[in-house]
Design a protein around this ligand. Structure first.
Ligand code: ADP
Ligand code: MG
Length: 225
């Protein structure tokens, strides 16, 4: 089936597909590397999925993700939203980098951890929690080891002044912090403070009681001290 560009203000000629980056049918969007206005961009899109998918959560999720990325405009480390593509897709700035999962621990400078912590802090200051940073493929590093967060499908936005939501927001921020600590534990275990070790231990223990287990849950994440 050929991709649809309906209502997008885009024509087949204005977007040239270079490569499929991810295609996991039937429930997930297709992510492609495309050329748009002479630049490499990423096109995340549900338009080729079945009506049951694209006209239900597909269009909701894509709109939700585009909104989240838009809220983070101007932050270095968050690829910019270029435009929405019809009802089912959006174009995002392409980052020429490699996913964190491709790096071995000996090759990474500790500054990556500091930069990632700052980025998480900046996100939270804008009222956004990412919630899927535990997946190392959602973090890209450029050639200078600058981190970029992608995949805001699970992200949530909280208005800071909204009554009663501050507590929930702070609780969800802990999920992003735990992803940071998990990263530190894997790549720089010798730098974990006693407090961080205790926190991680508690966090992994608490997951025994979670009703929903994130797909990132793995035995080797458990902290051994
Ligand atoms: N802005 C981007 N720059 C470079 N590569 C990207 C970008 N966004 C996504 N990708 C690549 O496409 C893959 C799938 O994108 P992602 O947003 O994580 O989709 P999904 O929600 O299906 O997991 C990523 O793992 C990454 O390799
Ligand atoms: Mg992803």
């Amino acid at each position: 089936m050929s991709p649809k560009y309906s209502g997008a203000g885009l024509t087949k000629n204005s977007m040239k597909i270079i490569q499929v980056l991810k295609d996991n049918p039937p429930l997930s969007p297709i992510t492609r590397l495309v050329e748009y206005e002479g630049r490499k961009t990423v096109w995340k899109d549900y338009s080729e999925r079945s009506c049951w998918v694209k006209d239900t959560w597909g269009r909701l999720l894509i709109r939700h993700e585009a909104e989240s990325i838009k809220r983070l405009t101007g932050i270095k480390g968050i690829p910019r939203l270029i435009k929405t593509v019809g009802e089912y897709g959006f174009l995002q700035e392409y980052i020429d980098g490699e996913p964190l999962k491709k790096f071995r621990k000996e090759t990474l400078p500790f500054s990556v951890f500091d930069k990632m912590s700052n980025l998480v802090e900046t996100l939270h200051q804008r009222g956004v929690v990412h919630l899927d940073l535990g997946q190392k493929k959602n973090i890209l590093l450029d050639k200078d080891y600058n981190p970029y967060f992608i995949d805001f499908a699970n992200a949530l936005y909280f208005r800071q002044e909204a009554l009663g939501f501050n507590g929930l927001f702070k609780a969800l921020c802990l999920i992003d912090y735990s992803a940071l600590l998990k990263f530190k534990h894997r790549f720089f275990p010798e730098t974990l403070t006693e407090k961080e070790k205790r926190w991680l231990k508690w966090f992994f223990f608490s997951r025994h009681f979670w009703i929903l287990k994130p797909k990132t849950y793995r035995q080797k994440d458990k902290i051994k001290i």
